[in-house]
Each structure stands twice: as C-alpha cells, then as structure tokens.
Design a protein around this ligand. Structure first.
Ligand SMILES: [Zn+2]
Length: 141
C-alpha cells in the first residue's frame, strides 16, 4: 500500500521515500469513489513522470499517476501515515549512519510486533538522541 506521511507529505511507495516537490493545493479531478472534487496534497517526482497525492471532500485518498507530459496513467490506493517517528518511515541511509544492521533489523522487528534481540534494541535506544541531533527526527519506539 502506498502511504503518505501526514506531517512531511513524503510518499512511501515501493520501498522508496519520495519527498514532495510541491504541496500546492489544486483541483486535480474527481473522486472515483464518490464523485466529489479531488484536491492535491503533494506532488512527487518519478523518473518516468509524476505521482500526485490527492484528497476528496469526503476524505477519500487517491494516488494519481501521470507521465512526463502530464497524461493521466491511472489511480492507485493511498493511505495517510501518521507515525512520523516510526522506524519504517525513516530513510535507510539515515538509519545506517547511526545504527548497525542488527540494530535496524531488530528495531523494525519490534515495530512490526515480531521477535527481536533485546540487547540490540537497548543498544539502539542509547543512540536515539544522537540520531535526533543528526537528522532532527525523534524516533518513537
Ligand atoms: Zn471521494
């Protein structure tokens, strides 16, 4: 499922994180579910076109795909993701700058409710403050 981070309006799609190029609010069409106006929440750049996160008047979310000439390619489902401090919403490169692969693996496992090594989690937690100083992201675990 494609997810849009509520706070940053970054789009998480196919294991990638796309920061918004623009968060301009424009009328971008009509909702496929209820027919009301769709307004853009964020524009995201892809190699082969654009993705536009949009919300209708009745709070239905849609991810609209366009090619580089702005011809519409189709709609996909979208969810709003509110947990901005969640490990899985943080860029891998940022995590790797501070945490070891084992710590990252176990933080993700803990977040997903899977089994993890307690010691790795303790070690990771000791680095949260450093991570926040470096990247301005407060990790919630
Ligand atoms: Zn709708």
């Amino acid at each position: 499922m494609n997810r849009l981070e509520q706070k940053t309006r970054a789009l998480l799609v196919n294991e990638r994180r796309l920061e918004p190029v623009s968060v301009e609010k424009n009328m971008v069409g009509f909702c496929a579910r209820c027919g009301s106006d769709l307004s853009s929440l964020a524009y995201h750049r892809m190699e082969d076109g654009w993705l536009v996160s949009a919300l209708c008047e009745k709070d239905h979310l849609t991810l609209m795909a366009y090619d580089n000439e702005w011809s519409w390619q189709g709609d996909q489902e979208l969810q709003i993701y509110e947990e901005t401090g969640a490990i899985q919403s943080i860029q891998k490169e940022q995590l790797e700058a501070v945490f070891t692969p084992a710590e990252i693996r176990d933080m993700l496992a803990y977040e997903r409710g899977e089994s993890y090594t307690r010691q790795n989690l303790y070690r990771a937690k000791a680095k949260f403050e450093r991570f926040e100083k470096l990247f301005g992201i407060k990790i919630k675990l």
